[in-house]
Design a protein around this ligand. Structure first.
Ligand code: PLP
Length: 388
């Protein structure tokens, strides 16, 4: 089996499994004051410190959630509701929500729902360049126009094509305008340095790092507005009720720790990624790598071989034991082009061929070679058909 789909989920690291097994054996609730409760609390707080360190945050700025989707919901709804009490243009009501055109569905769907629920919040989608990078000039203009406080949501790097977004420049523009910045760092975490001081909210997910599915976090800067979306007990400073998922948090902490000093792992992943792209382009010079001219994550290649449609390629590669993702999806016989590629202005026919190889801690050169061999075989089949 050759698993090259780490941006969908990265297999559980052995050290995460050990941390989770240990946590599951404790048998106490972190809210209980007795010995078992204190042992459970120690596990959660240790994990909180490790997750905070992923982005240079402090432990008390971390809210554990059930994953990035919940974190995004908490940040967007929580910020808008929390801003209702504010008084001036810097602390006042959020009336404008800007998201980039290449955000994950968890952001776009939540933003749409918010705009429906709070009709005074105007949602605007910010364009990206043909290289899949946020158009800074468009952001500058959008922030200048209109009244009221803005919440801007941009990912640190794109999950489909890996393009790294200019967060420092975006942060400077948003801060100058008195707005708030939400960074979805899900695919970027562990693959590049994250700087929480640049934003007000940051979203993380354990399972993209080799931690467990169903564990995530929202980092919240001091003073940033936030109202709980799940209420009940006073867990996590009243910002997210519910007994903590101690095994999930422990696994998340272990994954964060594993990538904390991750230069070696990143260099190894980058080597596999670069080798994959070089071998792909060597064997299929007509292939297109999306966002190639932009700075990209060391782990992600969004590409297309013209004529080799994604559903066919994914099925055929699966038979060869190679697992990847497609950029576009198929519904009722129709190909739905990836909104990311559509926003970049990629031709629909080419977008229908979009594939994604994503590499992670368990990837090997054998995986890369098997993927390239499978793709080359499929390409030959397509060319033979075209020639017939
Ligand atoms: N944001 C991005 C950029 C993602 O890639 C994903 C998952 O694919 C999510 C958010 C949602 O993450 P989760 O599965 O933890 O809810």
């Amino acid at each position: 089996m050759h698993y090259l789909d780490h941006n969908a989920t990265s297999p559980l690291r052995p050290e995460c499994l050990s941390a989770m097994t240990h946590a599951l054996g404790i048998g106490g609730n972190p809210s209980s004051p007795h010995a078992a409760g204190r042992a459970a609390r120690a596990v959660v707080e240790d994990a909180r410190e490790k997750v905070a360190a992923l982005a240079g945050a402090r432990a008390e700025q971390v809210i554990f959630t059930s994953g990035a989707t919940e974190s995004i919901h908490l940040a967007i709804f929580g910020a808008v509701e929390g801003s209702l009490e504010g008084e001036d243009s810097r602390t006042g009501r959020i009336t404008r929500l800007f998201i980039s055109a290449i955000e994950h569905k968890a952001v776009t769907a939540t933003a749409r729902k918010l705009a429906e629920r709070f009709p005074w919040v105007r949602l605007e989608i910010l364009p990206v360049t043909a290289d899949g990078v946020l158009d800074l000039e468009a952001l500058r203009v959008a922030l200048r126009e209109g009244k009221g406080r803005a919440l801007v949501a941009v990912m640190a790097a794109n999950n489909e094509i890996g393009t790294i977004q200019p967060i420092a420049e975006i942060s400077a523009l948003v801060r100058e305008a008195g707005g708030l910045l939400l960074v979805d760092a899900v695919p970027a975490a562990g693959k590049m340095t994250l700087d929480f001081s640049l934003c007000d909210y940051m979203v993380l997910s354990a399972h993209k790092l080799g931690g467990p599915l169903g564990a995530g976090a929202l980092l919240v800067a001091d003073g940033a507005p936030l109202v709980a979306q799940i209420v009940g007990g006073a867990h996590q400073r009243g910002l997210r009720a519910g007994s903590e998922n101690i095994s999930g948090d422990a696994g998340f902490g272990a994954a964060a720790y594993a990538v904390a000093d991750g230069a070696g792992e990143r260099a190894r992943i980058a080597h596999l990624h670069d080798h994959f792209e070089a071998a792909l382009m060597g064997a299929a010079p007509e292939a297109v790598i999306f966002g190639r001219r932009a700075q990209r994550l060391c782990s992600t290649t969004g590409f297309a071989i013209p004529g080799l449609t994604a559903p066919t390629a994914l099925m055929a590669m699966d038979l060869d034991g190679v697992m990847m993702s497609g950029g576009s999806t198929c519904s009722s016989g129709k190909v739905l082009v990836s909104p990311v590629l559509a926003a970049m202005g990629v031709d629909e026919k080419l977008a229908a061929c979009a594939l994604r190889a994503s590499f992670g801690w368990s990837s090997t050169m054998e995986d890369v070679n098997a993927a390239v061999a499978s793709l080359v075989k499929l390409r030959e089949r397509v060319r033979a058909k075209e020639a017939a």
